[in-house]
Design a protein around this ligand. Structure first.
Ligand SMILES: [Zn+2]
Length: 66
């Protein structure tokens, strides 16, 4: 089956019986991201968290428990 990356519009062929293929077939709203885009986004997210620009949600949860 063909899937299109939501970030760079690159079309890739994935196996329909793979975990991702089943997920995309069963949940049409699940979006596909190609590996380079996924890695880039993960990297950016990690970097922003390291810089303190992203709120640390785990800390907030702990505060609410008090
Ligand atoms: Zn992409």
């Amino acid at each position: 089956m063909k899937v299109q990356c939501v970030i760079c519009d690159q079309v890739e062929e994935i196996h329909p019986d793979s975990l991702l293929g089943k997920k995309l077939r069963n949940h049409p709203l699940v979006t596909y991201m190609c590996l380079p885009c996924k890695e880039r986004i993960t990297e950016n997210t990690e970097k922003r968290r390291a810089d303190g620009l992203l709120p640390d949600t785990s800390l907030q949860v702990q505060e609410e428990e008090w």
